[in-house]
Design a protein around this ligand. Structure first.
Ligand code: GLN
Length: 231
């Protein structure tokens, strides 16, 4: 287990539109209860990406901002290097779109990072509202808020994060997100980990190699249940 678990919050000045920066705060908060020491490293557009992060976080953004973020991430390939060496990635919405093969920004097709075999095309409408996901890879129902114009089509054999109960998810109303090894992509804002802290525990377990035998929710089971009901 790393002595300090490094949480790399990427380009909040670009990918901060939907408040996904809170995912880092929830990870740090949950880690403390598990006796894990964390450091949040804010990487901005001009910074070199660290290669020694344990958890990398990408958030949602407007089209132009997500293209700038992609450009900066592509500059050094350091995030991809870290992921190849076992680091964890949580990519939300615009962040999710840029890790695929391609996406559209302001009507123009862009080549993505190609970490997952999937592509995003302009959807039939803007998908805005509460979203609930079942049979998720986290083992619990997830709730969140979505707000995106892109529709994401997973390549053959790519595993979604879960099945949509309410909302649109990837745009087909059936599935949300994608999972490949330690890479997790989703359309859920909230921030996602504030609404689903068990997901934070899963990411921490993956990053540290620790097993949490039981979900430890310091805010109480009832509060957690209420949070899950809020869709
Ligand atoms: N700009 C992207 C879209 O509209 C992502 C939006 C977001 O991150 N919320 O699809």
């Amino acid at each position: 287990m790393p002595q300090i678990t490094r949480i790399v919050r990427i380009h909040n000045e670009l990918l901060g539109t939907y408040g996904d920066r809170g995912n880092a705060d929830v990870l740090a908060f949950r880690a403390k209860f598990h006796g894990i020491t964390t450091e949040i490293i804010d990487v901005s557009y001009n910074d070199e990406m660290p290669t020694n992060g344990n958890i990398y976080l990408l958030g949602g953004a407007e089209d132009a901002a997500q293209v700038l973020s992609l450009e900066a991430i592509s500059r050094d390939g350091n995030m991809e290097f870290a992921l190849e060496n076992g680091a964890v990635l949580l990519a939300v919405c615009a962040g999710f779109q840029i890790i695929g093969e391609s996406f559209y920004a302001n009507g123009v097709e862009q080549e993505g990072l190609g970490l997952i075999n999937m592509r995003t095309v302009p959807g039939q409408k803007r998908y805005v509202g509460d979203i609930k996901v079942k049979e998720s890879q986290v083992g619990i129902e997830l709730t969140g808020f979505e707000n995106h114009g892109g529709q994401t089509i997973l390549g053959e054999g790519v595993q979604p994060l879960g099945k949509v109960i309410t909302g649109n998810g990837n745009g087909d109303g059936k599935f949300d997100g994608a999972v490949l090894g330690n890479i997790f992509g989703t359309y859920l804002h909230g921030p996602l980990l504030a609404r689903n802290p068990e997901f934070a525990d899963l990411l921490l377990a993956r990053a540290t190699g620790r097993k949490f035998t039981q979900i430890h929710d310091p805010l109480g089971a009832e509060y957690a249940a209420l949070r899950r009901k809020l869709t």
